[in-house]
Design a binder for this molecule. Structure first.
Ligand code: NAD
Ligand code: UDP
Length: 377
């Protein structure tokens, strides 16, 4: 019997790639998403990429605990991957209460629905941002967290809520996966990251500069104590990250004993790359030099971030395989497929509205069911 996974936020950047890898690994998937930062078109592409249609869509809000419980019960969910939430650091600094409300309410809702229905395997999208400005590089999970913004604090608080919940329930098992810097896109070019407005993150910004949407890349600081003075990060291909989730859920579903009900595990490569190295690799992928300027440091940035990925390897035998070259090639391939939004003053990626009619599957003819609730009353 196939195991069935609920991916909250499964229409988003990481959730969609993970849904594809879950389908390819033989899982059945139910996506719960309210599309506040994604779109149905992306979901419609998933069966085509994965080569199986064993995926259902429930459109709704993860903060609605009754809805989550109905979905868990109706679809007989074996494990939950909780991706849904807000993720912009600068927005969280400007409106911390929005982040505390949405991210924490969402997690509490998922946990209480799981408790009520007796679904006891959870994977939570945490972040390396919980390590803050640590000097301990590469960083193992044992380094004490030190968050520096409200977004990061929501991740840490949710990890602690999961600690408490797991301790209060017998047989509850959770993994909080602390992502380093997910980048790239599926090699098909059908799914990738579509930031709304001006991107904050390096890869989407470089991709837009390469596409001529931005004039040049502004490098935030050239005087860090790194090999070339620019900031260094542990970039991880989103497909490797997605496969990490599959390995993690396999570990959870196969574990019969429960020595540690909630573990925090880094998902990174253990390889760091500076901004200039990324620019060089991306320029190679697109075949021309992407223009850049070196400017002042960005407030709140750390010089370097680097995972110690050994726990993931030891626990669930996961090892990232795709290097910087592949990350750049796939990101660029995805960017090239995007179009300019007609009638908009701002040139933005258009994966939400790309017609791709021959790639889309209508809801009438496809087992994907779209509606505010696809569970019986
Ligand atoms: P994303 O915004 O692309 O995806 C999140 C998805 O959740 C979207 O489809 C959105 O519509 C949905 N969503 C948001 N709030 C919802 C709600 N209340 N109910 C239902 N659906 C809702 O983000 P992503 O990059 O795929 O990130 C996924 C998770 O990973 C997030 O929790 C994020 O904080 C975490 N994370 C991301 C990164 C990164 O660099 N992308 C790094 C570390 C951690
Ligand atoms: N960066 C940059 N220009 C940009 C965006 C980012 O120089 O337009 C740098 C940033 O200072 C950091 C690295 O690229 O050193 C990665 O930044 P990103 O925002 O992608 O990830 P984070 O800093 O959140 O880890």
């Amino acid at each position: 019997m196939k195991k069935r996974i609920l991916t909250t936020g499964g229409a988003g950047y990481i959730g969609s790639h993970t849904t594809v890898e879950l389908l390819k690994a033989g899982y059945s998937v139910v996506i719960l998403d309210n599309f506040e930062n994604s779109d149905r078109d992306r979901v419609a592409r998933l069966p085509l990429i994965a080569g199986t249609a064993d995926v259902r869509l429930v459109e709704g809000d993860v903060r609605d605990a009754q809805l989550v419980a109905d979905v868990l019960k109706h679809h007989k969910i074996d494990a939950v991957m909780h991706f849904a939430g807000k993720k912009a650091v600068s927005e969280s600094v400007a409106d911390p209460l929005l982040y505390y409300h949405d991210n924490i309410t969402g997690a509490v809702s998922v946990l209480s629905a799981m408790r009520d229905i007796g679904c006891n395997k959870l994977i939570f999208s945490s972040s390396a941002t919980v390590y803050g400005n640590t000097n301990h590089l590469p960083t193992p999970e044992t380094v004490p967290p030190s968050v520096s913004n409200p977004y990061g604090r929501t991740k840490l608080i949710i990890e602690e809520i999961i600690d408490d919940t797991a301790a209060s329930l017998s047989n509850f098992q959770a993994l909080s996966l602390r992502y380093f810097n997910p980048v790239g896109a599926h090699s098909s070019g059908f799914i990738g990251e579509c930031p709304r407005g001006v991107p904050n993150n390096l890869f989407p910004y470089i991709a837009q500069a390469a596409a001529g949407i931005r004039d040049y890349v502004q490098i935030h600081g050239g005087d860090y104590e790194t090999s070339d003075g620019t900031g260094s990060r542990d970039y991880i291909h989103v497909v490797d990250l997605a496969r990490g989730h599959v390995a993690a859920v396999e570990h959870l579903l196969s574990a019969s004993t429960n020595p540690t009900p909630h573990r925090k595990v880094n998902l990174g490569t253990g390889q760091g790359h500076t901004v200039l190295q990324v620019l060089q690799a991306f320029s190679k992928a697109c075949g021309f030099q992407i223009p850049y300027r070196i400017g002042p440091r960005r407030a709140g940035d750390v010089a370097a971030s680097l995972a110690d990925p050994s726990l993931g390897l030891a626990l669930f035998h996961w090892k990232p395989m795709l290097g910087l070259e592949q990350m750049c090639q796939d990101h660029w391939h995805f960017q090239k497929r995007e179009r300019n939004k007609p009638g908009s003053g701002v040139r933005m990626p258009l994966c939400a509205h790309e017609t791709a009619s021959n790639h889309l599957v209508s809801n009438e003819t496809h087992p994907l069911t779209a509606g505010s609730r696809d569970v019986p009353n």
